[in-house]
Design a protein around this ligand. Structure first.
Ligand SMILES: *[C@@H]1O[C@H](CO)[C@@H](O)[C@H](O)[C@H]1NC(C)=O
Ligand SMILES: *[C@@H]1O[C@H](CO)[C@@H](O)[C@H](O)[C@H]1NC(C)=O
Ligand SMILES: *[C@@H]1O[C@H](CO)[C@@H](O)[C@H](O)[C@H]1NC(C)=O
Length: 438
């Protein structure tokens, strides 16, 4: 870059913000490390499911099932899903499961903690406040470690132009008309974060970036805001491998056979052990395959006795032994599947495709504790291609949205590593810079 290139950022400081945007030189895509001459819009990062920490406080109303789980009663806040190595070190897995579990309240039609357990998500606002110490190296990277470093290279600064918005991973974002005490609070905090970020940068609009469950959260957040607010504050919505309302089959396996996503080192048969806790989460049932996309003919779960199509998820929930999940599924998850409104802000959706992705689960002898045989189809290893395409379709049917919608499929990129592997991350970064430019 020549002298002019180096002087430009300085010169731009003296030009009003509105003009500055027009004068910013076009970025040379071949030199991603030299983009210091771009005026960066603030960016807010919403991470995937495992990345947000959770703190807990136990009050007198807490009646632990094991005496040692009550040891922290009255001792104030402590990390519950914070440093997963600690959970086993302190012989805490059963207590962890009990204190993490949610209860569905049919009168409020909402989820809450068990009695005497108060929770909060720490580090709101910081892009450095996500899980730092999961023992799985991959898992840490998914929590934006790698992405954040790339953003720093192009000039983003934590707390100045770059922010993080962790959330309570157990809950699922509501669609308009649904109540969610936890997400109402979160959405209020997120709108304030975006307003503040914008105000401190000459009222520039903000880029909202979500990965995986964070993509679903970001999308629902935008849809929950007033149109005038969106137009004033949202520069671009960037969804990377967002969990689709259209559903995906891997979420069924997590529910039926258990999930190792909340990795706790030192716990045997992790998925099965944590399964009772996992099933209480609203996020565990929020992305079941929808009838509209997965059809009424081809079953998604096969057993010797009976098969289950996407229309028979209530029966499946009951048959795997979690009857308590039927009502919240019907009242909270099904309306999410059936709801669609375009966010009506410039949106880019980036997905991996071309990797083996669960399409059918086979439990021949009906033993849901056993590993299923699986039939694979196309997707990003988690999300089925059909769901991605259904989302694209809905976005394109809305003419005004279609004009500001871009869908990118990266062949061979996988659900988690799409934001960690150099070659895929480059593409994601390119879109972030593009969103700054347009
Ligand atoms: C997490 O817990 C382990 C085991 O107790 C400890 O060695 C490690 O330092 C902790 N890490 C952080 C970041 O607190
Ligand atoms: C379940 O589906 C499989 C594969 O589509 C089929 O072979 C089988 O006959 C079905 N079983 C029942 C009980 O309908
Ligand atoms: C994912 O896709 C890439 C590109 O097609 C391929 O090289 C890789 O082996 C695939 N991985 C899996 C697990 O399917």
């Amino acid at each position: 870059m020549g002298i002019a290139g180096r002087l430009l950022p300085l010169l731009l400081l003296f030009i009003p913000a509105a003009l500055r945007e027009h004068l910013s030189p076009v970025i040379d895509d071949h030199r991603p490390d030299h983009q210091d001459d771009v005026v960066l819009h603030p960016i807010v990062l919403v991470p995937g499911l495992t990345c947000s920490e959770l703190e807990v406080r136990l009050t007198d109303a807490y009646h632990p099932s094991l005496p040692r789980c009550g040891a922290m009663k009255g001792e104030g806040w402590f990390g519950l899903w914070a440093n997963c190595s600690d959970i086993s070190t302190h012989h805490y897995p059963p207590c962890f499961m009990e204190q993490m579990s949610l209860v569905y309240d049919p009168i409020a039609d909402d989820y809450r903690n068990i009695a005497g357990v108060e929770t909060r998500v720490p580090n709101f606002g910081s892009s450095k406040g996500f899980q730092k110490n999961p023992p799985l190296i991959d898992c840490r990277d998914w929590c934006f470690e790698v992405l954040r470093k790339e953003l720093e290279k192009v000039g983003y600064v934590d707390g100045d132009t770059m922010f993080g918005a962790p959330y309570d991973l157990r809950h699922a974002p509501p669609v308009p008309g649904q109540k969610s005490a936890v997400f109402s609070t979160y959405f209020r905090r997120l709108s304030r974060l975006i307003e503040d970020a914008s105000r401190s940068k000459n009222n520039q609009k903000v880029i909202l970036f979500g990965h995986s469950l964070g993509g679903m959260v970001a999308l629902e957040f935008v849809r929950s805001t007033a149109m005038a607010w969106r137009e004033k504050y949202i520069k671009h919505l960037l969804l990377v491998a967002p969990l689709p309302a259209e559903g995906f089959v891997a979420s069924l396996q997590n529910f039926v056979s258990g999930s190792g996503l909340l990795y706790v080192p030192g716990v045997d048969t992790l998925a099965l052990t944590l399964r009772p806790m996992w099933r209480t989460f609203e996020s565990s049932i929020a992305n079941f395959p929808s009838p509209a996309v997965f059809g009424t003919g081809k079953p998604v779960v096969i057993t010797g006795d009976r098969n289950y199509t996407a229309c028979e998820m209530e029966e499946l929930i009951a048959d795997v032994g979690y009857v308590a999940g039927v009502e919240p599924f019907r009242r909270r998850a099904v309306p999410k599947m059936n709801y669609f409104e375009a966010p009506m802000v410039p949106t880019t959706c980036i997905n991996g495709v071309g990797n083996d992705t669960l399409e059918q689960l086979v439990y021949w002898d009906g033993d849901f504790d056993a590993e299923p045989e699986v039939v694979y189809g196309d997707g990003d290893q988690e999300i089925n291609l059909v769901s991605m395409l259904a989302f694209d379709d809905k976005m394109r049917q809305e003419t005004k949205q279609n004009r500001v919608y871009k869908s990118i499929k990266i062949h061979g990129a996988r659900h988690g590593t799409i934001i960690t592997e150099d070659w895929a991350l480059k593409r994601v970064m390119q879109e972030i810079l593009e969103a700054n430019r347009i």
